[in-house]
Design a protein around this ligand. Structure first.
Ligand SMILES: Cc1cc2nc3c(=O)[nH]c(=O)nc-3n(C[C@H](O)[C@H](O)[C@H](O)COP(=O)(O)OP(=O)(O)OC[C@H]3O[C@@H](n4cnc5c(N)ncnc54)[C@H](O)[C@@H]3O)c2cc1C
Length: 340
């Protein structure tokens, strides 16, 4: 008996592996691909933006997501940037800004001068915007790789290029296979993105450009790289980015700053977000005893910490997120898998 098997090395799998390992479980992570990457998590923007997301999401996303920057900061010190989110719109789309403000909170209105103070390279480009000072972001790829390193140091075993395994070898299986999971309630939401590089623009924080048809965001990364995202298409097709989407993302980036017109296109990518009908994630226990963490939709980095704590709480037979109470109330079965 080899403890807990976590299937899938996306953000859901790695965060729950961490929460189980810190509680003393013996954890194996099995990933069907040959390395970490190439999944939805690898293509994410890395925004930890619960209040902005409230524009189109339920209140639960704020409640569960507002602790995520602390979780990532505590788990991987130095990888979280806490510089807030700037939301802007061109003058012709001012009504979009009013609509966004009406649906969100925890932000302040900023004028041209304040925008220039926050982002000097955007000086004179937008008359008004919204600043969500309490939000944060990280580079998903650095975070996933750092999490793997940390988990290995904690004794977590990684198996790559692994298909179906002898599940009877494990006390518990936690399935974090994203859109690959056979679950009739799940659907795919295709997200196309690109990475640009230009020395001509510097941004300190994610910038969201509102637009009635093509809202986009730009997330700054190291070495003058910028992640530009993302389309939201009701489809689980993961084929290459379309010419239309590429044009729309590039047009929008150009509208934020014309220097993006001269940027190198470093990469384009397509990820499929796993989503339930209400676009909220679930920790589910199935008839065969497996637990799934899925449906993270556009909130994988934002909500994985809370989902991982819920799953760990379920395994320790305690209330979600109350891990120390879980250890205290450890029963015989818990002791068995912890020592397995
Ligand atoms: C363009 C884009 C931008 C995004 N931006 C953000 C953002 O800014 N902030 C945010 O919080 N979220 C964002 N998201 C959402 C986030 O990326 C997803 O919610 C998240 O990646 C889902 O994680 P997951 O671990 O469930 O799935 P995945 O990342 O897809 O991981 C599932 C893993 O399971 C593996 N697998 C499949 N089948 C098996 C099997 N049988 N055995 C073993 N392994 C298997 C797959 O290879 C994969 O590695 C974005 C998504 C996209 C596409």
């Amino acid at each position: 008996m080899r403890g807990v098997l976590v299937k899938g090395a996306g953000v859901a799998g790695l965060t729950v592996a961490h929460e189980l390992a810190v509680r003393g479980a013996s954890v194996t992570v099995a990933e069907i691909q040959s390395q970490v990457g190439g999944n939805a998590s690898w293509l994410a923007g890395g925004m930890l933006a619960p209040w902005c997301e409230r524009e189109s999401a339920e209140e639960a996303v704020v409640t569960l997501g507002k602790v995520s920057a602390d979780w990532w900061g505590r788990t991987l010190p130095g990888l979280v940037t806490r510089a807030g989110t700037l939301v802007v719109a061109h003058a012709r789309d001012a009504s979009e800004l009013a609509r966004f403000a009406a649906r969100t909170r925890n932000c302040e209105s900023v004028d041209e001068e304040a925008i220039a103070a926050l982002e000097p390279d955007l000086a004179g480009r937008f008359r008004e915007g919204l600043f969500f000072a309490g939000e944060a972001h990280l580079d998903p790829r650095r975070a996933l790789e750092a999490l793997v390193d940390k988990l290995r140091a904690m004794g977590v075993v990684f198996l790559f290029e692994v298909g179906e395994m002898a599940l009877s070898d494990f006390y518990q299986v936690i399935d974090c296979t994203g859109i690959a999971r056979a679950d009739d309630d799940l659907r795919g939401v295709r997200g196309e993105m690109l990475i640009l590089r230009t020395q001509e623009v510097s941004l300190a924080r994610p910038v969201r450009l509102l637009h009635p048809r093509h809202p986009i965001y730009i997330v700054p990364r190291a070495d003058h790289h910028f992640m530009v995202g993302a389309t939201m298409i009701e489809s689980d097709h993961d084929g290459a980015i379309t010419a239309r989407s590429l044009m729309e993302l590039l047009n929008a980036a150009y509208a934020v700053h014309p220097a993006f017109g001269e940027a190198e296109i470093v990469e384009t990518g397509v990820g499929v977000r796993p989503a339930y009908p209400d676009n909220l994630p679930r920790v589910k226990r199935w008839g065969d005893g497996a637990i799934t963490i899925n449906g993270l939709y556009r909130h994988g980095f934002l909500l994985s910490p809370a989902m991982a704590e819920q799953a760990a709480g379920l395994l320790f037979n305690s209330s979600a997120g109350n891990s120390s109470a879980g250890l205290e109330s450890e029963n015989e079965a818990d002791r068995q898998w912890r020592s397995a």
